[in-house]
Write a protein that binds this ligand. Structure first.
Ligand SMILES: [Zn+2]
Length: 237
Protein backbone atom coordinates (compact mmCIF):
# COMPACT_ATOMS: atom_id res chain seq x y z
CA UNK A 1 0.00 0.00 0.00
CA UNK A 2 1.30 3.42 -1.01
CA UNK A 3 -0.02 6.57 0.61
CA UNK A 4 0.84 10.17 -0.06
CA UNK A 5 0.38 12.43 2.98
CA UNK A 6 -1.88 11.77 5.96
CA UNK A 7 -5.49 12.27 7.00
CA UNK A 8 -4.39 14.63 9.80
CA UNK A 9 -2.98 16.96 7.17
CA UNK A 10 -6.48 17.22 5.68
CA UNK A 11 -7.99 17.65 9.15
CA UNK A 12 -5.72 20.68 9.62
CA UNK A 13 -6.82 22.17 6.29
CA UNK A 14 -3.72 21.37 4.24
CA UNK A 15 -5.56 20.90 0.94
CA UNK A 16 -2.81 21.72 -1.54
CA UNK A 17 -0.38 18.92 -2.21
CA UNK A 18 2.66 18.77 -4.44
CA UNK A 19 2.19 15.23 -5.81
CA UNK A 20 0.82 14.61 -9.30
CA UNK A 21 -1.51 11.68 -9.94
CA UNK A 22 0.89 10.32 -12.56
CA UNK A 23 3.21 9.53 -9.64
CA UNK A 24 0.42 8.02 -7.53
CA UNK A 25 -0.68 5.84 -10.48
CA UNK A 26 2.75 4.16 -10.57
CA UNK A 27 1.99 2.68 -7.16
CA UNK A 28 -1.35 1.01 -7.73
CA UNK A 29 -4.44 0.18 -9.74
CA UNK A 30 -6.92 0.57 -6.84
CA UNK A 31 -7.54 3.17 -4.17
CA UNK A 32 -9.07 6.34 -2.75
CA UNK A 33 -8.06 9.98 -2.47
CA UNK A 34 -8.90 13.59 -3.16
CA UNK A 35 -7.58 16.54 -5.18
CA UNK A 36 -5.99 19.91 -4.50
CA UNK A 37 -8.38 22.45 -2.95
CA UNK A 38 -10.35 19.35 -1.85
CA UNK A 39 -12.02 19.35 -5.27
CA UNK A 40 -13.97 16.09 -5.01
CA UNK A 41 -13.22 12.42 -4.38
CA UNK A 42 -10.94 9.97 -6.17
CA UNK A 43 -11.77 6.32 -6.80
CA UNK A 44 -9.30 4.01 -8.57
CA UNK A 45 -10.62 0.66 -9.72
CA UNK A 46 -9.10 -1.93 -12.09
CA UNK A 47 -6.38 0.50 -13.09
CA UNK A 48 -8.70 3.38 -13.98
CA UNK A 49 -8.69 6.56 -11.91
CA UNK A 50 -11.90 8.59 -11.57
CA UNK A 51 -12.44 12.18 -10.40
CA UNK A 52 -15.87 12.68 -8.79
CA UNK A 53 -17.01 16.25 -8.18
CA UNK A 54 -19.81 17.63 -6.03
CA UNK A 55 -21.74 18.74 -9.14
CA UNK A 56 -22.20 15.06 -9.94
CA UNK A 57 -19.71 14.87 -12.79
CA UNK A 58 -17.31 11.94 -13.08
CA UNK A 59 -14.15 12.26 -15.20
CA UNK A 60 -11.01 10.25 -15.67
CA UNK A 61 -8.10 11.64 -13.66
CA UNK A 62 -5.36 13.20 -15.73
CA UNK A 63 -1.77 12.60 -14.67
CA UNK A 64 -1.00 16.24 -14.01
CA UNK A 65 -3.79 16.74 -11.44
CA UNK A 66 -2.32 17.29 -7.98
CA UNK A 67 -3.37 15.63 -4.74
CA UNK A 68 -2.97 16.41 -1.02
CA UNK A 69 -3.94 12.81 -0.09
CA UNK A 70 -4.28 9.45 -1.83
CA UNK A 71 -3.89 5.79 -0.86
CA UNK A 72 -3.49 3.09 -3.51
CA UNK A 73 -2.31 -0.46 -3.97
CA UNK A 74 -1.99 -3.09 -6.65
CA UNK A 75 -5.09 -5.02 -5.64
CA UNK A 76 -4.37 -8.75 -5.58
CA UNK A 77 -6.99 -10.26 -3.25
CA UNK A 78 -6.03 -13.24 -1.14
CA UNK A 79 -9.55 -13.52 0.36
CA UNK A 80 -12.67 -13.81 -1.81
CA UNK A 81 -16.02 -14.38 -0.15
CA UNK A 82 -19.68 -13.94 -1.08
CA UNK A 83 -22.41 -13.35 1.53
CA UNK A 84 -26.04 -14.20 1.00
CA UNK A 85 -28.85 -11.76 1.69
CA UNK A 86 -28.85 -8.04 2.42
CA UNK A 87 -26.15 -6.57 4.63
CA UNK A 88 -25.75 -3.17 6.27
CA UNK A 89 -22.38 -1.44 6.48
CA UNK A 90 -22.10 -2.60 10.08
CA UNK A 91 -22.76 -6.21 9.06
CA UNK A 92 -20.24 -5.95 6.20
CA UNK A 93 -17.65 -4.65 8.64
CA UNK A 94 -18.32 -7.61 10.94
CA UNK A 95 -17.73 -9.96 7.99
CA UNK A 96 -14.52 -8.11 7.11
CA UNK A 97 -13.26 -8.38 10.69
CA UNK A 98 -13.96 -12.12 10.59
CA UNK A 99 -12.30 -12.68 7.20
CA UNK A 100 -9.22 -10.47 7.66
CA UNK A 101 -6.19 -12.02 9.36
CA UNK A 102 -6.00 -9.24 11.99
CA UNK A 103 -7.28 -5.77 12.88
CA UNK A 104 -3.64 -4.79 13.26
CA UNK A 105 -3.00 -4.80 9.51
CA UNK A 106 -3.58 -2.23 6.84
CA UNK A 107 -5.59 -3.98 4.16
CA UNK A 108 -7.46 -3.20 0.97
CA UNK A 109 -11.18 -3.98 0.69
CA UNK A 110 -13.37 -4.38 -2.38
CA UNK A 111 -17.14 -4.97 -2.15
CA UNK A 112 -19.16 -5.60 -5.33
CA UNK A 113 -22.93 -5.96 -5.47
CA UNK A 114 -26.29 -4.32 -5.94
CA UNK A 115 -26.65 -1.52 -3.43
CA UNK A 116 -30.21 -0.59 -2.41
CA UNK A 117 -28.74 2.54 -0.77
CA UNK A 118 -25.36 4.25 -0.54
CA UNK A 119 -25.07 7.39 1.59
CA UNK A 120 -22.23 9.41 0.08
CA UNK A 121 -20.52 12.75 0.16
CA UNK A 122 -18.49 14.39 -2.56
CA UNK A 123 -16.69 17.38 -1.16
CA UNK A 124 -16.88 20.75 -2.93
CA UNK A 125 -13.76 22.57 -4.04
CA UNK A 126 -12.66 24.87 -1.20
CA UNK A 127 -11.39 28.44 -1.40
CA UNK A 128 -8.73 30.09 0.69
CA UNK A 129 -8.48 30.68 3.55
CA UNK A 130 -9.28 26.98 3.82
CA UNK A 131 -11.61 25.82 6.60
CA UNK A 132 -10.61 22.83 8.72
CA UNK A 133 -11.87 19.52 7.37
CA UNK A 134 -14.64 19.12 9.95
CA UNK A 135 -16.14 22.48 8.88
CA UNK A 136 -15.75 21.81 5.16
CA UNK A 137 -17.38 18.40 5.56
CA UNK A 138 -20.20 19.71 7.77
CA UNK A 139 -21.18 22.19 5.05
CA UNK A 140 -21.42 19.44 2.43
CA UNK A 141 -24.80 17.83 1.75
CA UNK A 142 -24.92 14.06 1.64
CA UNK A 143 -26.36 12.24 -1.34
CA UNK A 144 -28.22 8.93 -1.18
CA UNK A 145 -27.68 6.81 -4.27
CA UNK A 146 -30.46 4.22 -4.65
CA UNK A 147 -30.66 0.79 -6.24
CA UNK A 148 -27.37 0.77 -8.08
CA UNK A 149 -24.84 -1.88 -9.08
CA UNK A 150 -21.36 -0.85 -8.16
CA UNK A 151 -18.20 -1.26 -6.14
CA UNK A 152 -16.89 -0.06 -2.83
CA UNK A 153 -13.15 0.54 -2.80
CA UNK A 154 -11.21 1.24 0.35
CA UNK A 155 -8.75 0.47 3.09
CA UNK A 156 -8.70 -0.68 6.67
CA UNK A 157 -6.41 1.31 8.96
CA UNK A 158 -5.59 -0.10 12.42
CA UNK A 159 -6.73 1.92 15.42
CA UNK A 160 -3.11 2.63 16.40
CA UNK A 161 -2.63 4.46 13.06
CA UNK A 162 -5.53 6.91 13.46
CA UNK A 163 -4.38 10.12 11.83
CA UNK A 164 -2.12 8.47 9.28
CA UNK A 165 -5.33 7.09 7.78
CA UNK A 166 -8.95 6.92 8.93
CA UNK A 167 -8.94 4.29 11.71
CA UNK A 168 -11.34 1.56 10.67
CA UNK A 169 -12.62 1.63 7.11
CA UNK A 170 -12.17 4.48 4.63
CA UNK A 171 -14.49 3.62 1.73
CA UNK A 172 -15.40 5.22 -1.59
CA UNK A 173 -18.11 4.08 -4.02
CA UNK A 174 -18.31 3.99 -7.80
CA UNK A 175 -21.33 2.77 -9.76
CA UNK A 176 -20.76 0.26 -12.57
CA UNK A 177 -21.89 2.84 -15.13
CA UNK A 178 -19.31 5.31 -13.71
CA UNK A 179 -22.05 7.93 -13.29
CA UNK A 180 -22.20 8.21 -9.50
CA UNK A 181 -20.18 7.69 -6.36
CA UNK A 182 -18.36 9.43 -3.54
CA UNK A 183 -16.96 9.07 -0.04
CA UNK A 184 -19.13 6.47 1.74
CA UNK A 185 -20.81 7.02 5.12
CA UNK A 186 -23.29 4.17 5.03
CA UNK A 187 -24.80 1.58 2.71
CA UNK A 188 -26.85 -1.56 2.28
CA UNK A 189 -25.82 -4.24 -0.21
CA UNK A 190 -27.42 -7.40 -1.58
CA UNK A 191 -25.35 -10.57 -1.85
CA UNK A 192 -22.01 -8.77 -1.70
CA UNK A 193 -18.81 -10.25 -3.06
CA UNK A 194 -16.18 -9.19 -0.55
CA UNK A 195 -12.50 -9.30 -1.41
CA UNK A 196 -9.53 -8.45 0.78
CA UNK A 197 -5.90 -7.90 -0.09
CA UNK A 198 -4.24 -8.10 3.30
CA UNK A 199 -1.16 -5.98 3.49
CA UNK A 200 1.71 -5.93 5.90
CA UNK A 201 3.51 -3.07 4.26
CA UNK A 202 2.72 0.63 4.13
CA UNK A 203 4.83 3.04 2.13
CA UNK A 204 4.04 6.45 3.61
CA UNK A 205 5.26 9.38 1.57
CA UNK A 206 4.92 12.73 3.37
CA UNK A 207 4.49 15.94 1.43
CA UNK A 208 6.97 18.48 2.76
CA UNK A 209 5.05 21.55 1.67
CA UNK A 210 5.75 24.78 3.55
CA UNK A 211 2.33 24.54 5.20
CA UNK A 212 2.98 20.98 6.37
CA UNK A 213 6.39 21.85 7.79
CA UNK A 214 4.93 24.81 9.73
CA UNK A 215 1.78 23.11 11.08
CA UNK A 216 1.43 22.18 14.76
CA UNK A 217 -0.67 19.03 14.71
CA UNK A 218 -3.14 18.23 17.47
CA UNK A 219 -2.20 15.15 19.45
CA UNK A 220 -5.79 13.95 19.73
CA UNK A 221 -7.16 13.84 16.21
CA UNK A 222 -9.99 11.34 16.54
CA UNK A 223 -12.79 13.88 16.94
CA UNK A 224 -11.91 15.83 13.81
CA UNK A 225 -11.55 12.69 11.75
CA UNK A 226 -14.73 11.04 13.00
CA UNK A 227 -16.94 14.05 12.31
CA UNK A 228 -15.56 14.53 8.80
CA UNK A 229 -14.95 11.00 7.56
CA UNK A 230 -16.84 8.30 9.40
CA UNK A 231 -19.91 9.36 11.29
CA UNK A 232 -21.37 11.58 8.60
CA UNK A 233 -24.23 13.95 9.24
CA UNK A 234 -25.95 13.71 12.58
CA UNK A 235 -29.33 13.85 10.87
CA UNK A 236 -29.02 12.47 7.33
CA UNK A 237 -31.45 14.21 4.99
ZN1 LIG B 1 -12.79 9.61 1.49
Amino acid sequence: MFQTSTIVSLVEGLYDGNVAYRDVMRHGDFGVGTFNALDGEMVALDGRYFHLRSDGTVNRVSGDELTPFAAVTNFRPNIDHTEDGRLTRQQCEAVLHRLAPSDNLFYAVRIDGRFPTVLTRTITRQSKPYPRLADAAAAEPTVTISDVVGTIVGFHTPDYAQGIGVAGYHLHFLSDDHLSGGHVFDFTVDRPRIRIDSEAELHLSLQATEEFLATRFETDVSGGIASAETSGPSAPA
